[in-house]
Design a protein around this ligand. Sequence first.
Ligand code: ADP
Ligand code: MG
Length: 322
Amino acid sequence: MHEPDVAVRLRGLTKVYRRRDGVNEALGCIDLDVPRGAFFGLLGPNGAGKSTLINILAGLVIKSAGEAVVWGYDIDTNPRLARASIGVVPQELNIDPFFTPRETLELQAGLYGVPARLRQTDEILAAVGLTDQAHVYARTLSGGMRRRLLVAKAMVHRPPVLVLDEPTAGVDVELRRQFWRYVAKLHADGTTILLTTHYLEEAERFCDRIAIIDHGRLIACESTESLVRRLDRKIVKLTIAGGLTAIPTSLQAWQTSITPLGRLAIAYQPSRMHIEEILSIVRAAGLVITDLSTEEAALEDIFLDLTAGGSGKRAQADHGRL
Ligand code: ADP
Ligand code: MG
């Protein structure tokens, strides 16, 4: 069986949009490998170029330069096999309103030349939780249902690579859970997943590798674990006997705040100082510590550090977390 080590391979991938008011380089020379079997997150702020990259793979955008190879098939020299190897759920909910979900999937299967006896229309509808809606017009489906129908549509030809562009944007919490259960199952069954999302907790939770792009440039690509470890930063939260209403002046040089539950939160760099030092400074300020917990840096911190989000947003994020 054809099983390349690299599911998606990009070399020097470049896209320049030409507009009346000039040119816009949406992707500048991206080199990227998505290993077979990965649950790969492609993150970046709005306008970073994520959808452009995905739409090139989907055949919806023509690249300006570079190469893209899907499942070992170059999209220029082997477009048919490259397209057959990938299922793409685009960011826009483009659904034909006058077809039912069942018809939509049958049509798509026909388009991809899946023979009738190999079609699994009903199984796929069940997997995405649309059995009850199989025969209603798509225009009556909710946003969450439409999104799931698009995933189903992307999977009718059983591609080894599934690409999801902001799949849970605007989907409510319960349906998001159901959606991730389905994607996790596809991944467990061997499907390589390439995902963009702006919910960083979702990326941190599901993706084993993460690439970050900003202004069309790749600025990080590594395992989620090593990316999160990269940021030398932790937060300690202390419960103070008798509660805390104001930060003692001797602690004001530190990055501190009072949590909604009245705990004292202090951000620190584990490589530079030991937690014991923090505790002694707090004690020296006359406070009695009755409990403590620490938090690791979250993907959000690294993201803000690496992208143009910069220190302003970082301070805001800290404010929310501290
Ligand atoms: P993301 O998905 O990361 O938010 P996009 O790939 O949608 O980013 O956009 C990247 C850049 O390319 C943005 O500056 C955007 O304005 C521009 N862009 C996207 N699509 C087009 C288009 N069809 N024509 C011109 N510019 C575009
Ligand atoms: Mg996008």
